[in-house]
Design a protein around this ligand. Structure first.
Ligand code: YH5
Length: 277
């Protein structure tokens, strides 16, 4: 049985029903250049809207991890995300998640009030494991084969389910050895991160097996190309597909669903949870 709650600094998440995590992008291309104040204000308003729509976590990422993306430098990432974390934490009653792979960003984000560390590198970057452990915050460990710049070129596995599961279990064990508690770890198969459509489908069909590791599972597939491939539609026409996937994730016992479209997903998850077998 997977644990039913997660302590995120001062706030507790209850997994009796799947929790919706809203995505707040703060990469440079996600803002028109109206200056620092207007960026902060726009981020706060987006976060406030997602909270009103029923998001319990706001995931803030200043590092683009889309396929083909270049790495961003540390001081730039800090300048972008830290003021936003501080502001949201002051103004709103919501768990702030920091989507980063960098040790220093984890440390500074925790000091600014973040309640969760979300790392697509699963704490493999230099110093990240110790930095995350030092914050005392829970972590989401995501699987990625390769690196964002090249990960979609030729993803290859003997058995994607056992390989992803073994990797996540090994990283979780490293977290525990570094001083974290077992109940502070979330795992994520990393849809679209070094995976073909068939790999993504195998992982999705085996979400129940992944939960047997004993950790809550996060699913992030909102608007992703795996959905585009299934329905043959562009990114701005993937809402219904994203909701179908979120519904299936909820039925399969997933703890956290990471999405762009919070209001619609919250409705879908509520219905799935009320009707699930
Ligand atoms: C994730 O799955 N993903 S950033 C390409 C898209 C749409 C969305 C249009 N951070 C995850 O959201 N953290 C990202 O195609 C994440 N799990 C966790 N834990 C990529 C993203 C996206 C990429």
């Amino acid at each position: 049985m997977v644990q039913q709650s997660l302590q995120c600094a001062q706030r507790t998440l209850d997994f009796a029903s799947p929790v919706v995590m809203g995505i707040l992008n703060v990469t440079p291309d996600s803002f028109s250049d109206g200056g620092l104040y207007s960026q902060l204000d726009s981020a706060l308003r987006q976060a406030e809207k997602m909270l009103q729509e029923g998001a319990e976590i706001i995931d803030i990422g200043g590092e683009s991890t889309r396929p083909g993306a270049q790495a961003v430098n540390e001081s730039e990432e800090l300048e972008r995300v830290i003021p936003i974390i501080e502001k949201i934490n002051q103004e709103l009653d919501v768990v702030v998640s920091i989507d980063t792979s960098k040790a220093l960003v984890m440390t500074e984000a925790a000091a600014a009030g973040a309640g969760l560390i979300n790392d697509v590198m699963a704490l493999r970057a230099d110093g990240a494991l110790d930095a995350a452990s030092q914050t005392g915050l829970p972590v989401c460990l995501m699987h990625m084969q390769g690196e964002p710049r090249s990960m979609q070129m030729e993803p290859l596995y003997d058995n994607v389910v056992t390989e992803v599961s073994a990797f996540l279990n090994a990283q979780a064990e490293k977290c525990i050895a570094a001083g974290m508690n077992k109940n502070q770890i979330i795992i994520d198969p990393g849809f679209g991160f070094g995976k073909t459509l068939l790999h993504n489908i195998s992982l999705f069909k085996n979400l129940k097996q992944l939960q047997k590791l004993g950790y809550p599972v996060l699913v992030g597939a909102s608007r992703k190309s795996m959905l585009g491939q299934i329905i043959d539609k562009d990114v701005d026409e993937r809402l219904a597909a994203s909701l179908a996937l979120a519904t299936m994730a909820a039925i399969n016992g997933v703890a956290i669903i990471r999405v762009h479209d919070v209001a619609e997903t919250v409705d879908a998850v509520k219905v799935a949870n009320a009707l699930k077998l």
